[in-house]
Design a protein around this ligand. Sequence first.
Ligand SMILES: [Ca+2]
Length: 261
Amino acid sequence: MKTFLTFGLALLLASPAALRAADSKPPVSSADDAAWLRARGTLIFHDAFEREEDGNLAKAIGNGWNSATADRVPQIKMADLDGGILKIASASKEAGHSAHIHHEAGFTDGGAVVRFKFPGLNKGESLQLGFVDRDTPGIHAGHLCYANLAPGGLTLMDWKTGVMNLEIRQRRQPYLDRKEKLPADLDALLKTKQISVPWKQDTEWHELVLVTEGDEMRLSLDGKIVARHRSAGFAHPMKRWFSFLVPNTVWIDDVKIWKVK
Ligand SMILES: [Ca+2]
């Protein structure tokens, strides 16, 4: 509180010129992470999907996108570029995995701005998106951290120091296999790694912003922060890939990736 008051007082006392000299970039409301990315970040990737896909395989989407699951089911089209929209329809059952579509990112602090909608073609449509680093050992498949948008709620998850940490995963898996309750200490630890908030899912277009800044991850929808959580894994120094994990259907109109640091 004292720090906050001192900081507030310093702001009140500082002249506008002094404030400009201290930071030549425009002030940013902490309530709008898209503005934070534009003001403090560099745009390192943009895709509006204004083209046709090239077949069904891993690189069919083009522009540097890759799919970790497409080649498992080469006869099925999981990514359709149609009218400037990436329409994802995962063959999760046939491929044995949700569609995993990813692109190079490469930042410590930064994030992605995504225009998306659930088309309402399937029950239980959901979208998981976040960051992966397969070059760091000790993390299953390099899964670092994700936001999940599902009918049951919005969830922010630190998987690096949570369920995808290899030691934790090894300890947890037998309980999952036996469908048993986790030991209390493990359950309590994993609960600190994520946060869930309710939301009302619909079939409209929305702008989503997912950022990490230090050990905090924040999710905004349509210009407002709707979930934020702090956990050690969010501070991972290299968000190497930006990834979508889609269990059935979702449409993506536009993706921007910004690097702040
Ligand atoms: Ca588009």
